[in-house]
Design a binder for this molecule. Structure first.
Ligand SMILES: [Zn+2]
Length: 160
């Protein structure tokens, strides 16, 4: 059962991650958006940790992860991400958990996307030419999935 305490803990965690994102946004040059390419309902933080360990990273490659109903820190924002080959320097990497070629982002994930774009702008990025979907920098990838990619384009236009 989910208790009131669980919600409070989650809110504290989300707010802490957003505050970290906001600080990092003013220090980084590029924002990268990914999806996990796995079912949003069956993917945990420890799954992603295990996959990245297997790929030879010493920890989760992304700075932040947006789950169906949660927003958490992956890798310290002070470290370079394992995000997109040859584009990691100066990048802040966010992964939305889900396979958005076949599923839609949740309302929470949509809200988080809007919030991080807003914070990115507030942090001094005058437009969104420095925000990249993974596929923008590597056309062999469909990441972050058609549905999240379309939502990202829409949000960029709205928040502009
Ligand atoms: Zn990706």
């Amino acid at each position: 059962m989910v208790t009131v305490e669980d919600f409070k803990t989650r809110d504290i965690r989300i707010n802490r991650a957003l505050a970290l994102f906001s600080r990092a946004a003013s220090e980084k040059q590029y924002l990268h958006i990914h999806h996990s390419q796995s079912s949003s309902r069956n993917t945990s933080l420890s799954d992603i940790y295990a996959w990245h360990k297997k790929r030879g990273f010493n920890e989760i490659g992304y700075h932040f992860l947006v789950f169906r109903e949660d927003f958490v820190l992956g890798r310290s924002v002070d470290k370079k991400p394992a995000s997109i080959e040859n584009h990691n320097l100066g990048a802040l990497a966010v992964c939305f958990v889900g396979n958005f070629d076949s599923e839609l982002p949740t309302a929470f994930q949509e809200k988080m996307l809007q919030l991080i774009l807003k914070q990115w702008k507030v942090a001094g990025h005058v437009d969104f030419t420095d925000v990249f979907a993974h596929r923008d920098l590597d056309n062999r990838k469909s990441c972050p999935g058609a549905n999240l990619y379309n939502l990202l384009q829409k949000c960029k236009n709205v928040e502009k």
